[in-house]
Write a protein that binds this ligand. Structure first.
Ligand code: F6P
Length: 353
């Protein structure tokens, strides 16, 4: 029997968000409504992703996006869907999308509100044609301009100012994971009733994992600290749970989701070709860093907490090391030259873990 019929009481995401809102008597309900808007967008995108093979939507369009990548048809669909689900509501003053060069202003015929939405409409889209997991990532801030249409300044806030962040992952099932600063909660989409149902309440990332996730094809271009760290993970040492296993989907949202649930580390380092790596601070690093920290993990660019980085440009990139607290701390030590590959046993004497 379908699980939803076993009990008459189900926790939909709407009910959960409403319950969370009650913990904050000062809340006006607008943030909750903005989250519902994003959920609606996620449902529409999920439906389209599931139909991808059938509806002749796979494959590339002829346009090149701001990152210089060939845009996929589903990218364009997802980008428009998020915008169309939120821009008319009067809850936001400006948006920015990974797929658009400039901020997205609210059209003149709609009211503006107090929130700012940044989003990556379809992360990992190079994987679409192979039927591999992709996702939508979002990040919510309070506006800093006073009124009217928002500006790029509203978007260029450091990650610690986020008041909400989440992602929807289109995998073997569709899941939405979000935080508003009161822990991290996961919901699985039940297509038979069209609702996200609470499946993972208060997710906590293990303090240390056993999996590392990185595009090792870039090894020759990495800086020494990262090279040594990966070698360290591959060494055998029972006391520190090494060697680690390698897993790399190539869709950040999927790799981060696995890391959140199983622990370990996901990284996209800077290297001698791309000093700041590949991933975008505002659309990928900040929202996932907020989630991972809320779950008890850690995120860093190697020398600084991701959420403390003051952004200078909408599409700026950052090296990213994210995951279990212990694992990210160790890679920071390698990058900062506080740790080196040493004969077995020595490494552990240098940390308090
Ligand atoms: O930024 C887009 C993205 O597809 C991420 O989702 C993913 O982690 C990364 O790029 C993969 O990049 P690469 O193909 O260089 O490993």
């Amino acid at each position: 029997m379908d699980s939803v019929f076993r009990s008459t009481e189900v926790m939909t995401i709407e009910r959960f968000i409403m319950d969370q809102e009650r913990l904050h008597p000062e809340a006006t309900g607008e943030l909750s409504n903005l989250l519902y808007d994003v959920c609606l967008a996620a449902k529409i995108i999920s439906r389209q992703v599931r139909r991808a093979g059938l509806s002749d939507i796979l494959g590339a369009m002829d346009t090149i996006n701001i990152q210089g990548e060939l845009q996929q048809k589903l990218d364009v669909f997802a980008n428009d869907t998020v915008r169309n689900c939120v821009q008319h509501t009067g809850r936001i003053c400006v948006m920015a999308s990974e797929e658009e060069e400039d901020v997205l202003h609210i059209p003149d015929n709609y009211p503006t509100g107090k929130y700012v939405l940044l989003y990556d409409p379809l992360d990992g889209s190079s994987n679409i044609d192979a039927n591999v997991t992709i996702g939508t990532i979002f990040s919510i801030y309070r506006r800093i301009t006073r009124s009217g249409k928002g500006t790029v300044q509203d978007c260029l806030q450091p990650g610690y100012k986020q008041i909400g962040a989440g992602y929807c992952i289109y995998g073997s099932s569709t899941m939405l994971v979000y935080t508003t600063g009161d822990g991290v909660h996961g919901f699985t989409f039940d297509p038979s009733i069209g609702e996200f149902l609470l499946s993972h309440e208060n997710i906590r990332i293990p303090k240390q994992g056993k999996i590392y996730s990185v595009n090792e094809g870039n090894y020759r271009w990495w800086y020494d600290g990262v090279k040594k760290y990966v070698k360290y993970l591959q060494e055998e040492d029972k006391a520190t749970n090494r060697p680690y296993s390698g897993r790399y989907v190539g869709s950040m949202v999927a790799d981060v989701h696995r890391t959140l649930l199983y622990g370990g580390i996901f990284m996209y380092p800077g290297d001698t070709r791309q000093h700041d790596g590949k991933l975008r601070l505002m659309y990928e690093a900040n929202p996932t860093a907020f989630i991972i920290e809320q779950a008890g993990g850690r995120s860093s660019n190697g020398t600084q907490r991701i959420l403390d980085i003051q952004p200078k440009a909408l599409h700026q990139r950052t090296p990213l090391f994210i995951g279990s607290d212990h694992d990210v701390e160790i890679v920071e030590e390698f990058i900062q030259g506080k740790r080196d590959l040493t004969p077995k046993g020595d490494n552990e004497q240098r940390t308090s873990h």
